[in-house]
Design a binder for this molecule. Structure first.
Ligand code: ARG
Length: 401
């Protein structure tokens, strides 16, 4: 039987050419797999037809946008995950859901190998292949760009020679990856890290000449998940989409960073994640009133480690699973409302309320009615400073010898 390969297919030039390229290089039949993670653009049907027109024997297309929002974006939100303090893991969390569908398609169509269009320099190759090794240990991986010398010039020449139904003239100087959680732009002019991004780079966020009036939004959460916007109940996907639109119109969620790739390269990235950044800000502020202090401090460390693991392609790893269990436990009381103003590129929280809040007005108030016994503070401070005081006494004694 002819060998079969499932290919992670975006509908773009490189993966369209990869269908025929892989076929010629390996003699295998190629099945194109396209997964909708809320990236917008062409319909899955258009992408399916193009895949078949480029020589795929089958096309597997899946609308995974709700699955992505529920099972990938929501855990990222619960973790307040920001890699290196900035990046909400847009591309990093989409790879595992694509991997799930690749493995599913491989089983359905009897494929032995999985192919993806990543280069050999980035994180995404690692995320795809580590994910595949974990979910389908018997499957092999190939990357035509990296392993079969499929360069951009060769891709254009191949598409023209074979008359593939794909545009070869459209020149985009940037490498872009996008989904409902955000958008990543790299390469080209941005590789000079002194160059400021030009307006045309942005798509999810507006650069308004005349900024619109501030937009006040109330986001309601239940156990760490956004469940309503301005009182209207919405599933996670809709919550993200609505905030992408409203926070995006105010220019919220632009990120310009040089980050550390897993392969050891520092790279310049421009991200736009208006919905994700507004949600993470709101969620963090709700945690501030509902999560106990020690749990909250420890959770910040866990969230950072979680972000590193996910960035590094360890979505399906045991440690990530264990950290998920910890994070989930912290979310039990993260319920309530956050009011925030979206304006001038900022999402600023200005009100919060929760039935499970730990904020005690009577303890906090400086007005009469204060229930806090201030006399307790003296003894507490005495003991709290004791250890450092004893050590400092020793330092003085030794210095004097
Ligand atoms: N550097 C980011 C990451 O590793 C974004 C990668 C986006 N991929 C792309 N082809 N532009 O998560």
């Amino acid at each position: 039987m002819t060998e079969r390969i499932v290919l992670a297919y975006s509908g773009g030039l490189d993966t369209s050419v990869a269908i025929g390229w892989i076929g010629e290089a390996t003699g295998a039949e190629v099945i194109a797999v396209a997964v909708d993670v809320g990236q917008g653009g062409e319909s899955l049907e258009t992408i399916r037809q193009r895949a078949l027109g480029c020589g795929a024997v089958e096309a597997y297309v899946a609308d995974a946008s709700d699955e992505f929002a529920d099972e990938y974006c929501m855990p990222t939100l619960k973790a307040n995950a920001l890699y290196q303090g900035h990046y909400p893991l847009v591309s990093a969390i989409s790879r595992p859901v694509i991997v799930k569908h690749l493995v599913k398609a491989a089983r359905e169509f009897g494929a032995t190998t999985v192919a993806h269009g990543c280069t050999g320099k980035g994180n995404d190759q690692v995320r795809f292949e580590v994910g595949i090794q974990t979910l389908g240990p018997d499957l092999k991986c190939i990357a035509p760009v990296r392993d079969l010398a499929l360069t951009r010039d060769k891709a254009i020449a191949f598409a023209e020679e074979k008359g593939l139904p794909i545009e070869t003239t459209k020149k985009n100087p940037y490498s872009i990856d996008q989904n409902v959680w955000g958008r990543a732009v790299e390469t080209g002019y941005l590789e000079d890290i002194w160059n400021a991004p030009t307006k045309d780079i942005y798509d999810y966020t507006a650069t308004p000449e005349f900024p619109p009036a501030p937009d006040e939004v109330t986001i309601s959460f239940e156990a760490g998940i956004p469940v309503a916007i301005d009182g209207v109940r919405v599933p996670p996907l809709q919550a993200i989409k609505e905030l992408n639109r409203r926070a995006g119109a105010q220019g919220v969620g632009r990120i310009d960073v040089v980050e550390d790739r897993l392969v050891g390269i520092k790279s310049r990235e421009i991200y736009e994640a208006p919905g994700a950044m507004a949600l993470i800000t709101a969620h963090k502020h709700l945690e501030d009133i509902t999560v106990e202090r020690e749990q909250a401090r420890f959770k910040a460390t866990v969230g950072q480690r979680w972000a590193e693991l996910v960035y590094d392609g360890q979505w399906f790893s045991p440690l990530k699973r264990s950290l998920d269990a910890f994070i989930e436990d912290t979310q039990k009381y993260v319920s309530g409302d956050i009011r925030m103003t979206l304006h001038g590129g900022q999402a600023v929280v200005n009100g919060r309320r929760s039935d499970t809040s730990l904020y005690d007005f009577d303890l906090a108030t400086y007005d009469t009615g204060d229930t806090f016994d201030q006399s307790m503070a003296r003894g507490f401070i005495e003991l709290w400073g004791m250890s450092a005081k004893v050590a400092s006494g020793r330092d003085i004694r030794v210095a004097g010898q």
